[in-house]
Design a protein around this ligand. Structure first.
Ligand SMILES: Nc1ncnc2c1ncn2[C@@H]1O[C@H](COP(=O)(O)OP(=O)(O)OP(=O)(O)O)[C@@H](O)[C@H]1O
Ligand SMILES: [Mg+2]
Length: 463
């Protein structure tokens, strides 16, 4: 009958076998399945029924109800997906953190080696090769952190139309001349609080994917508009807060993405491209960017027709603009004579930092965990600066250590380092260490500069 015909092809077998079982065991029947309406829309239904039997116990007819549960199904699906992405984010963040430690050791030791052997061209070349490889690994790690990071480095109310406008050349160059580019940018577009650099990366990633999908020919459309997401939308998209958003839609006329794959494309390392063409981090970074901005991303795609990515970025409130001015630094390693307490649980890294800073003239005391460091801070040793890792085992992390150290010695300068930086910094009340944060892996030049910077400030404020 009509009911059977409406049943989704993929659900038929399962439902019919449930029917057959029900005819025998005489239990009330219930199941969840999909209905297809004549116009092609699919809805999820929960059905409950009981069989009516004749005098011989044979099934003569059924009575039952169908309840539409499409909304609930969509919510469940989106929730599972967001939980999965959260878990992957934590996992990759953790790996990236360990990797940054390891890369710090490799790069730091190479820096030292280079200084030790002057003149030997062949050896220098080898060292450069290793350093190049390690730096590539570092850039991969930073892409990974770009996905798992919780907070943007610096956000500002931004008119994305302007950013897109400035990128026109870049986008044209990324595509072949046979690809037609269409811009439909709304006038009076609201501003959105984003890191413009992150946004450029995200847009470029999507454009590059479109290029790969179009095989050199087709049409790329970039649209912006204001939109308001309501309660209904928020209910079926967990994590979305109803409100005003700036919508960016990028459409291509490429190969499209098969439906089963659409859920996985945002996962790090998910790629359908060959080894040398893609790593599968592009959309993971885009996803990370959108989530950090408090927004949402949607993909709509049809095989053989094309793909649209929609990014929803929250409308900016009336936040004061903050501008940061950088200080110009000399190129060489600058040192000093102050005493620095260095805390890191990674022994090789501790030794490396100790040696580097000693060579620059500093007086170094080391500790391999928070407890040891506190014992030293409680002694009457003269110490000008505490330089500590944020993530440490042994019950006291870098923030807690910095807090305790500041209460023991209010004058003490603090520098934190972490492979996790942004994620850790965004925790409440800890943003005040923002300025004094060095992310791993760092070069020796960066290390020497930031230390001189912080210690220099002390002398100025003391005068
Ligand atoms: N516009 C698109 N059209 C068709 N398929 C797409 C499109 N965008 C993404 N995909 C699919 O999603 C996968 C993941 O994309 P993603 O950008 O994360 O990684 P990648 O492009 O494969 O590698 P990378 O971006 O690291 O170079 C792609 O391999 C591709 O299969
Ligand atoms: Mg890509």
């Amino acid at each position: 009958d009509g009911w059977q015909q409406a049943l989704h092809k993929e659900d038929r077998e399962r439902i019919f076998s449930l029917w057959r079982r029900h005819a025998q065991d005489r239990q009330p029947w219930d199941a969840e399945y999909r209905f297809c309406s004549p116009d092609g829309t699919v809805s999820w239904v929960m059905g409950r029924a009981i069989a009516l039997r004749d005098a011989h116990g044979e099934v003569s007819s059924y009575v039952g109800i169908n309840i539409d549960i499409t909304d609930r199904k969509q919510t469940e699906h989106a929730l599972r997906r967001s939980q999965k992405m959260d878990a992957i984010g934590q996992l990759t963040g953790g790996i990236a953190h360990d990797f940054n430690n390891i890369l710090s050791i490799i790069l730091g030791n190479l820096d030292m080696l280079k200084r030790q052997i002057d003149g030997d061209e062949k050896t220098l070349k080898r060292i450069d090769n290793i350093a190049y490889a390690a730096e590539r690994a570092a850039s991969l790690t930073s892409q990974l952190l770009g996905f798992s990071r919780q907070k943007a480095a610096s956000t500002e109310p931004t008119d994305i139309n302007k950013v897109i406008h400035n990128m026109e050349n870049l986008i044209t160059q990324a595509l072949t001349p046979q690809v037609e580019i269409v811009h439909q940018l709304a006038d009076d577009l609201w501003q959105t609080d984003i890191d413009a650099g992150d946004f450029e990366d995200a847009l470029l990633n999507i454009v590059l994917n479109a290029r790969d999908a179009m095989n050199g020919q087709g049409k790329l459309t970039i649209e912006t508009k204001n939109c308001t997401l309501d309660e209904t939308y928020a209910r079926i998209n967990p994590g979305v807060i109803p409100g005003d958003y700036v919508q960016l839609a990028i459409s291509d006329s490429g190969s499209g993405i098969p439906f089963e794959m659409q859920d996985r494309i945002f996962e790090p390392f998910f790629t359908t491209k060959s080894m040398d063409k893609g790593t599968g981090l592009g959309l993971a970074m885009v996803f990370g960017f959108v989530k950090r901005a408090g927004g949402n991303i949607k993909v709509y795609s049809e095989s053989g027709i094309g793909t649209t990515f929609r990014l929803y970025l929250p409308r900016a409130g009336e936040l004061p603009e903050t501008t940061q001015t950088g200080t110009v630094q000399p190129d060489s390693l600058t040192g000093g004579q102050e005493t620095i307490l260095v805390v890191d649980d990674e022994q090789a890294l501790l030794e490396l930092v100790e040696e580097t800073l000693q060579q620059l003239g500093y007086n170094i005391i080391t500790a391999s965990d928070g407890k040891q460091a506190l014992a030293i801070l409680n002694s009457d040793q003269a110490i000008d600066m505490l330089f500590t890792d944020v993530v440490m085992p042994g019950g006291i992390n870098g923030y807690e250590l910095a807090d305790m150290a500041s209460s023991i010695r209010p004058q003490l300068k603090v520098l934190l380092t972490s492979g996790y930086t942004e994620m850790a910094v965004c925790r409440n009340g800890q943003a005040r260490f923002n300025a004094n944060m060095l992310s791993k892996p760092y070069t020796q030049v960066e290390l020497s500069r930031i230390i001189r910077d912080i210690l220099g400030k002390t002398q100025e404020s003391a005068e």
